[in-house]
Design a protein around this ligand. Structure first.
Ligand code: PQ2
Ligand code: NAD
Length: 214
């Protein structure tokens, strides 16, 4: 069995094409906008939400049937119509132009699939079943939602700031690495769940002092 290769793509300013304008296309458009992609939707009909986004100028909209030239210059292409032959054509063309392609009705013909996504600020949880059961992926995501609350968003923000601070502290790299490891060992999952940002700050100050005196 081969496994899918997970990555986190930077899509800001990249051209991404969604062919189709139904519920599935609407979901794909929403997640592309979250990533600040430049989104074009080509569809014969589209949902009121997509209509609104086109009117607001947040996505480029072409209300018509798909044309072969549409795929040109796209980084990601989503074939999300309800017509298998159209989706197949979109995929074939997109691949021939070197784009990565997601086919809503046939994961096995896609170069990537979309996981169920949960965000906690800088933390992203992505659950994939490799297409085996999108409903299972969604329910695992819901369980993660309960397990990892808003405190993880705060903690990731805090730890990111501390990491920047330590990297710029002028300490030699060995000391920086030890300090970051020790900060994490002291705060850890327990500190995130039962501590507070004030307590995390005290830990950092204490360990920083010890490291500077070493
Ligand atoms: C995670 C999520 C992300 C997203 O789409 O943004 C996503 N599907 C979601 C929901 C969902 N999709 C479907 C149902 C109905 C119940 C069911 O069928 O199980 C539900 C549940 C619901 O809506 O509640 C139907 C469905 N989905 C696919 C097919 C075609 C096929 O499998 O052949 C069919 C049958 C269509 C038909 O019968 O006509 C295919 C794909 N769906 C994927 C992702 C990719 C694999 C993910 C993985 O499992 O790894 C993949 C391969 C391609 C892709 O789209 O990338 C999103 C959860 C949103 C959230 O997190 O809340
Ligand atoms: N990936 C998933 O999570 C998922 C979930 C449900 C369904 N599906 C699959 O995805 C397909 C789309 O689902 P949906 O609920 O969004 O469908 P839908 O019927 O709501 O929408 C289909 C869209 O395709 C457009 N369309 C049809 N022919 C076109 C063409 N030649 N050019 C441009 N646009 C065209 C229609 O105008 C419409 O906007 C389904 O047929 C199903 O196979 C996937």
């Amino acid at each position: 069995m081969s496994h899918d290769y997970p990555v986190m793509l930077k899509l800001a300013g990249r051209n991404c094409l969604v062919v189709g304008g139904g519920a599935v296309a609407e979901r794909k458009v929403a997640s592309l906008l979250e990533a600040r992609a430049d989104v074009t939707v080509v569809a014969e009909e589209w949902t009121p939400v997509i209509e609104g986004l086109v009117k607001e100028g947040r996505v480029r909209g072409e209300k018509r049937a798909f044309r072969e030239t549409d795929v040109k210059g796209s980084f990601l292409v989503f074939a999300a119509t309800n017509r298998p032959e159209v989706n197949e054509n979109v995929c074939r063309l997109a691949s021939s132009f070197g784009a990565l392609v997601n086919r809503a009705d046939r994961p096995e013909d896609s170069s990537f699939t979309d996981p169920a996504v949960l965000r906690r600020g800088k933390i992203t949880f992505a659950v994939s079943t490799g297409g085996a059961s999108p409903s299972l992926a969604k329910d695992i995501k819901r369980e993660l939602e309960q397990l990892y609350g808003i405190e993880f968003e705060q903690a990731a923000e805090f730890l990111g700031e501390i990491r920047d601070l330590v990297q710029k502290s002028g300490l030699p790299s060995e000391k920086r690495h030890r300090l970051l490891r020790e900060i994490w060992n002291e705060i850890g999952m327990k500190g995130i769940r039962s501590g507070s940002p004030e307590e995390w700050k005290l830990v950092v100050r204490r360990l920083l002092r010890i490291e500077e005196e070493r």
